[in-house]
Design a protein around this ligand. Structure first.
Ligand code: CTP
Ligand code: MG
Length: 256
């Protein structure tokens, strides 16, 4: 019997680094698609999320002045799993807590996935891997990929030179490092307890956790990594968007 899974797709950010002029989750990967339409980041993330084995409910966190646009697009996607849209908070962490509160209304769940709409191309098979690891007993699971680039360490205490150069003070063994993606998966009680415990920190960007597994670590849980996916790229900058559009056209374009 498969685990009962709830998913929070977090899409309430502004996308300041992307600089597209609209909240990032509304940016279409089909360049001729509508803002907030069926190829927008949140809509694509939802299309994949609905295919997760055992999914019972999905909550989307959205910017508070865009709730209607999110809802009307979702209504057109033909998703059979119940999907609700709620307003996000001042940080990613706070937005996700709003999503968990809404998910709590949808009945008992075994596993919760927490996913960035910005990783819109993440395939559902990767999400299933995360769910399976939680269902088999891991309290906190992250998808992760090896590092391709050489890594060096700077000294944050030494300011950059006038030209912006930074002093290198060490090498990092990239073989033991991992790049972390989403969705991250948690036993329901673990996710609820850690988000409740650290909710106050989540109101302040400087103190908030940048990902959920950090909170699991703060709470003393073991975190394990499963294999991520090269399609789970995060759209942060205009360069990322260009890459995501190529990947979308190659992998998913015919579906839309
Ligand atoms: N997010 C959110 N609520 C916030 C901030 C971020 O739900 N208050 C979501 C974003 O919508 C995104 C994910 O968290 O799907 C990862 O955040 P990030 O890539 O940093 O997105 P933004 O915060 O929108 O971008 P930026 O930091 O460039 O403004
Ligand atoms: Mg951000």
């Amino acid at each position: 019997m498969s685990a009962d899974v709830g998913i929070v797709v977090t899409a309430a950010g502004s996308g300041s680094r992307l600089g597209y002029g609209v909240p990032k989750a509304l940016v279409p990967l089909d360049p001729s698609g509508d803002i907030g339409g069926e190829s927008s980041l949140f809509a694509l993330a939802l299309r994949h999320a609905q295919l997760v084995d055992g999914v019972r409910a999905i909550i989307v966190t959205a910017p508070s002045d865009e709730l209607e646009l999110f809802r009307s697009t979702i209504a057109r996607l033909g998703i059979v799993v119940p999907v609700s849209v709620v307003s996000g908070g001042p940080t990613r962490q706070a937005s996700i807590f709003q999503g968990l509160k809404a998910l709590k209304q949808s009945g008992p769940l075994d596993v919760v996935l927490i996913h960035d709409a910005a990783r819109a191309l993440t395939p559902s098979v990767m999400m299933d891997r995360v769910v399976n690891a939680v269902a088999q007993g891991a309290p906190a699971v992250i998808p992760a990929i090896p590092v391709a680039d050489t890594l060096k360490q700077i000294d944050p205490g030494i300011p950059p030179s006038p030209s912006g150069a930074r002093r290198i003070v060490g090498n990092v063994d990239r073989g033991v490092m991992r790049i972390v993606q989403t969705p991250q998966g948690f036993a329901w009680d673990v996710a609820w307890d850690m988000h409740s415990t650290f909710a106050e920190r989540g109101m302040d960007e400087a103190q908030a956790a940048s990902d959920d597994s950090t909170m699991a670590q703060w709470a003393g849980h073991e975190v394990v990594a499963v294999e991520g996916d090269s399609l789970a790229v995060k759209v942060t900058t205009a360069t990322d968007l260009a890459l995501a559009r190529v990947l979308f056209a190659q992998n998913f374009g015919s579906r839309s």
